[in-house]
Design a protein around this ligand. Structure first.
Ligand SMILES: O=C(O)C(=O)C[C@]1(C(=O)O)C=C[C@@H](O)C=C1
Length: 283
């Protein structure tokens, strides 16, 4: 008998039915074996400790903004970004069967998800918002505890998985609600053959810090501007241990194999105290 190959495992934060699971299936195919984790840090640790082959994390949402915690983990763990995907997020108000909308006094969900449903929550002040560790996990909890006055905000798939009912559909503030996810691998792992072929070329993500001097950020960004490299995202995070100094996370269109990108990185290296390329992947 041929030896059994271990199925490909990907860690994500949340329970089955979370949006991160949808992202994992999009990035790695519907057959991927997923490993749910309670916290984002656990997702990064599982990959570091070799418990999984890859990890999927949300990084930014078009209504909520950046998922800051994951920017910090990208710096502290030695993982590389190997792909990205964007998922349309549709939120639903979900409760155990028999519970009616007029009974609802609390709603549980991931804080990022609650932040995407502010109009609905403002229009229904009788419903208290309760941050919970996960969207799908909230559905699981209201079902397991048989709550009669509570609902969850989550995907329609999670209502099906846990046998709950959808009371209100599509309660996100805006239909242009997308979350961007990264697929991560350990830096020492070989290249992965991915399902989705390239569409729009390459993107590179990096993090740098500069001295707190007049014009230092302007000079650093000129490394890209002078070579016509288009930035798609910039995010700043506090530099721990150095109050009021910052790390800058930049995404731009281009591959580290291109000559102009190599030159831009060399230029930036001269100006930066710290520079790390976090990944180069298909956009
Ligand atoms: O709770 C989930 O379902 C997640 O996958 C996490 C998460 C996030 O943290 O951004 C992912 C997508 C949505 O933006 C809301 C929550």
């Amino acid at each position: 008998m041929p030896p059994k190959t271990k199925p490909f495992q990907a860690a994500f934060q949340g329970e089955l039915g979370a949006f991160s699971q949808e992202a994992a299936m999009r990035l790695l195919g519907p057959e991927v074996h997923v490993q749910p984790c309670q916290r984002f840090e656990e997702v990064f640790q599982s990959l570091r400790d070799g418990k999984v082959d890859a990890a999927v994390i949300p990084i930014e949402n078009t209504l909520h903004g950046s998922v800051h915690e994951n920017y910090d983990h990208l710096l502290h763990f030695d993982h590389k970004i190997v792909a990205e995907t964007s998922v349309r997020i549709v939120h639903n108000l979900i409760a155990p069967p028999g519970v009616r909308f007029k009974d609802i006094r609390r709603t549980f969900s991931h804080p990022v998800a609650l932040n995407q449903c502010l109009h609905f929550l403002a229009a229904n002040p009788q419903v208290e918002r309760v941050p919970f560790y996960d969207t799908a996990g909230s559905v699981k909890m209201v079902m397991e505890d048989g709550l009669k006055d509570a609902a969850a905000i989550a995907s329609a798939v999670s209502a099906t998985i846990y046998g709950a009912h959808i009371l209100k559909r599509s309660i996100e503030d805006d239909r242009q609600n997308f979350t961007r996810f990264f697929l991560l691998r350990r830096s020492d792992q070989p290249e992965l053959k991915l399902e989705e072929p390239a569409k729009k070329g390459w993107k590179t993500s990096l993090v740098f810090s500069t001295r707190n001097q007049p014009g230092s950020l302007f000079k650093a960004l000129s490394a890209f501007a002078l070579r016509d490299l288009s930035l798609t995202k910039i995010e700043s995070r506090p530099l721990r241990g150095k109050p009021w100094e910052y790390l800058f996370y930049v995404d731009f269109l281009g591959s580290v194999e291109e000559e102009r990108v190599k030159k831009a990185l060399g230029h930036l290296q001269e100006l930066a105290d710290l520079l790390r390329v976090l990944g180069c992947y298909r956009a």
